[in-house]
Design a protein around this ligand. Structure first.
Ligand code: FES
Length: 541
């Protein structure tokens, strides 16, 4: 056995935790034994490089998941909250104009106020509280949670708040979460952490709006299918194995006594389309009005899991594709989430001078987030420093002389340096190729199902936080989107949240979103015989 000490930080306050563990286990397992939180986006697979802890005696930084504990050692865990405090979270969204026809209503009668849900009595309150009727739209993203407090009487959003999804500590993507949920206490941990953060957000929103959170009677949870399962304390294991059947199909209410809202609050779950195309996409299609558009419209939510829907004169099909974590800045040499110090935009001018923008106005580049990565790839492809196959090519004699010095070897292979310590390596370019090819394949195969090609598309709606920070030129430049989409792309922001807010205000929209979800053709890309060939084809720039 070994005795070790962890020094960790919560809200800046230092905490020491003694752990008595079996000799030979790794630092991460020992930390989890002691309840010490270490960020592990790849859940200990050894691929994300984010689980670093410092050995106090030597100041050496080691990966917790692949380093064995040493008896008597003191390990310093980074302050997870402080590290992610400056995370850029998108709350901008389009807004779906709708009538005020809410599911929740109130009526004052005989000295008390009755609260109804769809006309059914939910509970009663003493006195006249008819002036206080609120709901909460919640977009549960794999990485972030965004909430809006909605005055159901006026239809207005009166406050919004966002936070890092606390489950990112344990696993970065949905597959990792499903895997973690299958561990002892895994599901309980993921659910409990979500509820703790959501309740903190509810209290914060209520305090800022000057309302009592007990006047929140309905919440709409929009999110991918896995996030809905975890938020509802429901085992998501069936989502990870064939035939990928969700336990939660949505389009209904659930209750949860642990939520800091009215004691009889209801939670509405919009319908999910499949295990891999969730309620966030149903809500998004609703918010974007895709089902009502004539012509060919494409809706794409680019993220770790790329989801897309195609509409052609009212006919809808949807699919999803595993783009991997590169867009979240993970598995990338200098990758990081979109927080302060991340290179988020990059360009090269005609003289070969590079300019970039850092999130949060930071003085020094700390790393590269997903949007920066796509910009860099786009510019390096455009200037010929990356060839069609994704290999770095030294600038030709005389061309872009200023760029030559930025190409330096890392581990024997070429890398392109943005600053002295932030670079894109050859293996990172491969990750970008894999991610962009996955999304492009999804788009092309979806179009092919409808007998269409890229040139037939009338409009392209890019949804989601990541997409919002991308520019069309980079997307078409690296071939993530076909070049025929140029000039047709719009960035709609958080459509999942927009749909959730509309559902709060207008109950009949719930029938419409159910019809949408039921009518969507589900396209399984992996079962398409042309997928593999297309994937290899779209790897090239
Ligand atoms: S958790 Fe250790 S490398 Fe990802």
């Amino acid at each position: 056995m070994a005795d070790i000490v962890f020094v960790s930080f919560t809200g800046g306050a230092e905490k020491r935790t003694n752990v008595h563990a079996e000799a030979g286990i790794n630092i991460l397992d020992a930390a989890r034994l002691g309840g010490v939180l270490i960020e592990t986006p790849c859940d200990g697979a050894g691929t994300c490089g984010k689980c670093g802890v410092t050995i106090a005696s030597s100041n050496e930084c080691v990966l917790a998941c692949s380093t064995k504990i040493r008896d008597g050692a003191v390990y310093i865990a980074p302050d997870y909250e402080a590290k992610n405090k400056s995370l850029r979270i998108l709350s901008e969204r389009l807004s779906l104009e709708c009538e005020k026809e809410p599911f929740i209503t109130k009526r004052y009668q005989d000295g008390k106020t009755n609260v109804y849900g769809g006309g059914r009595l939910l509970g009663s309150e003493a006195g006249d509280s008819t002036a206080f009727l609120y709901g909460l739209a919640v977009d549960i993203g794999t990485t972030t949670i965004v909430t809006e407090l909605v005055n159901i009487l006026s239809g207005e959003t009166i406050a919004s708040e966002s936070a890092l999804n606390p489950q990112t500590r344990y696993a970065q993507d949905v597959l990792g979460r499903i895997h973690f949920a299958g561990k002892e206490d895994g599901l309980e941990t993921l659910y409990r952490d979500f509820v703790t953060v959501l309740n903190g957000m509810i209290r914060g929103l209520a305090a800022r709006a000057g309302i009592n959170s007990e006047y929140i009677y309905e919440l709409v949870y929009s999110g991918n299918t896995t996030m809905l399962h975890l938020a509802c304390d429901t085992d998501p294991s069936s989502l990870g194995r064939y035939p990928y059947t969700p336990k939660i199909t949505g389009g209904l209410h659930v209750t949860d006594k642990n939520i800091a809202a009215s004691p009889y609050a209801l939670i509405y779950l919009p319908p999910v389309i499949s295990a891999w195309v969730g309620a966030d996409i149903s809500s998004g299609i609703l918010a974007a009005g895709l089902e009502r558009e004539s012509g060919v419209s494409l809706f794409v939510d680019i993220g770790t899991n790329g989801e897309m829907a195609l509409a052609k004169d009212g006919r809808l099909a949807a699919s999803s594709t595993a783009a991997g974590p590169a867009f979240e800045g993970m598995n990338i040499s200098c990758g990081m989430r979109a927080s302060a110090g991340a290179v988020e935009a990059f360009s090269i001018d005609e003289n070969g001078s590079c300019s970039f923008h850092l999130i949060g106005g930071a003085a020094k580049a700390e790393g590269i987030c997903g949007s920066g990565l796509l910009d860099i790839a786009g510019e390096l492809v455009r200037t010929g420093l990356i060839d069609k196959r994704g290999r770095f090519v030294p600038p030709e004699d005389g061309a872009y002389p200023k760029l030559a010095g930025r190409m330096r070897p890392v581990d024997g292979k070429s890398a392109f340096f943005i600053t002295d310590n932030v670079y894109v390596a050859q293996k990172d370019v491969r990750q970008i190729q894999l991610a962009k090819s996955a999304v492009r394949c999804g788009i092309e195969l979806l179009l092919a199902r409808f007998g269409n090609s890229a040139r037939d598309v009338d409009r392209v709606i890019i949804a989601g936080s990541f997409g919002y920070h991308l520019n069309e030129k980079s997307l078409t430049g690296i071939g993530l989107l076909p070049e025929q989409f140029a000039g047709k792309v719009s960035f709609a922001g958080n459509t999942s949240l927009a749909g959730a807010a509309a559902l709060l205000i207008n109950a009949p929209l719930r029938d419409r979103v159910k019809e949408i979800a039921a009518g969507v053709e589900k396209i399984e890309l992996a079962q398409d015989s042309s997928f593999e060939r297309a994937f290899i084809n779209y790897m090239s720039f």
